[in-house]
Design a protein around this ligand. Structure first.
Ligand code: ZN
Length: 321
């Protein structure tokens, strides 16, 4: 019996060992089936996050670098802009003095303000190139009558032309947003006129990054304002604008033979010999091929007469206020 008991005990012990082993095996299986893959999933998710984090860090440092470069570009631009503005102010101050000397008979020089209306047109680029070639400056009176489109290049925006005029020291004037001089148009009353001027001003400011012309040219000239002229002038004065007509119309808008290059040239050259035209404001249109054709000879002949070509400025004696 005693032996049997001992056998029994042995048997029971090995049963417990077996049970323990079985539990251990179950735990191993559970670990293999459940815990390890789960941990693996967590681990790979963690790795994924770490990759994303390091990519984000790289992007951030790249963005910071780009930002610094951009900031430098803005600073460079500001520096060039303030230099350009200072140079422009200097030129205008000299021009104002020269005008005074001419008017007082103290200078033999003559000034021609070439003014080109109704742009932007794609031809504006040709005019700019031509003026740059002769190293002279001009004034472009712009309108948005055609919307934000170049009438002779419908796939280009008018907006994109605005900085081009300023880039080389030419200047921009305000020729009203609509250029509508029909009955009920800009000349209806002072408010409709000022609204058309301010709207053009906003467009110019946005298209140039802040340039605000202070000189207005009336569509068709001041005579078109008829009985609204005085109230319009009062409104312009109040809003800080000057305005200007011309002392010689090239005739490029007359149509027929008068608008041909040779007639334009003859007319402007004839005017240049007139003692009353020592400070000349010449009217041309940006859409006129004929004016563009006549322009090189106009510049050469007027230069020979002692003319210099300057951009218009608010303090000019020719700008009414
Ligand atoms: Zn016009």
């Amino acid at each position: 019996m005693g032996e049997t008991k001992a056998e029994d005990r042995k048997y029971r012990v090995s049963k417990s060992v077996l049970a323990l082993l079985a539990i251990l095996m179950l735990m191993v299986i559970a670990a293999a089936v459940y815990v390890v893959p789960r941990y693996g999933k967590v681990f790979s998710a963690f790795n994924e996050q770490r990759k994303l984090y390091s990519a984000a860090k790289t992007d951030l440092s790249k963005a910071e670098k780009e930002n610094a470069e951009l900031k430098k570009q803005v600073e460079d631009y500001e520096a060039v802009k303030s230099e350009t503005d200072a140079a422009r102010d200097e030129v205008y101050a000299m021009a104002a003095q020269l005008e005074k000397d001419i008017i007082d008979g103290k200078s033999d020089k003559k000034i021609c303000y070439i003014t080109i209306d109704d742009g932007p047109y794609n031809r504006g680029k040709d005019f700019i190139e031509l003026f740059n070639k002769y190293d002279i400056k001009a004034t472009f009176f712009l309108t948005t009558a055609n919307g934000d489109k170049l009438p002779d290049q419908a796939n280009l925006t008018a907006r994109s032309m605005y900085p081009e005029y300023l880039k080389y020291g030419h200047t921009i004037g305000n020729h009203t947003y609509s250029h509508d001089y029909s009955k009920g148009g800009v000349y209806k009353n002072a408010k409709t006129f000022i609204d058309a001027v301010e709207k053009q001003q906003e467009f110019t400011k946005a298209a140039t990054g802040g340039f605000t012309p202070k000189i207005v040219r009336f569509p068709g000239g001041t005579s078109m304002a008829a009985d609204q002229l005085a109230p319009i002038q009062e409104a312009l004065r109040k809003a800080g604008y000057g305005w200007i007509d011309w002392t010689i119309d090239s005739g490029d808008s007359f149509g027929g033979d008068d608008a041909k290059a040779d007639k334009i040239l003859k007319k402007v050259v004839k005017a240049s010999k007139d003692p009353d035209q020592k400070i000349m404001v010449a009217l041309f249109h940006e859409w006129s091929k004929e004016s563009y054709k006549a322009m090189p000879q106009i510049i050469e002949k007027l230069s020979a007469e002692g003319y210099i070509f300057l951009p218009l400025f608010y303090d000019s004696a020719m700008v009414k206020k």
